[in-house]
Write a new protein. Sequence first.
Length: 200
Amino acid sequence: MLAALTGMGLSAAAGLNAYIPFLVVALAARFTDLVTLPSDYTWIESDWAIGAGAVLLLTEVVLDKVPAVDSLNDTIQTFIRPSMGGLIFAATNAASEIDRSTWMADHPWVGVVLGVLVSGIVHSGKMAARPVVNGATVGFGAPVVSTVEDGASIGLSLVALLAPVFVVVGLGLLAWLLVWMWLRVRDWRRSRRSGVYASG
């Protein structure tokens, strides 16, 4: 159960930024005893994987704070973020000594699917909300919202590794935020349609 919570927290974090939870897991496995990756996933803590992840993270951090470019980046990340969520969920579940005898450990594809789903849901909410934020703030909100998302991704990744029980609280807050954003998107689209009809 703890491994599943860890995987879900990291997958949700990947939905906000694909490379933050990847690097958190890679660095934790490389330099601490928090994560011991099994042989199939040891490449995650290799020099080239950490280096590539750092370069991609820097690129993501910059692009995600530029209005209009952030939406294009979100489109590109539609495949990357859910894939990373699936990878990280599977890797951390496989690394758990406690959960290796569980049904999920015997069926590793379940972790991949759950990771893809959780990350994909979070990514979808982020992708839908960003144009609304940009439109409402004439682009000035993009760097602020992006910074908050990066901070949330870091926080959720650390909580998932250090105190996975609290992932439930984090996921609850994230779910509330996604619902709130979806409602805002709906209201914004309705107001735009009303404006179009009124002007016509």
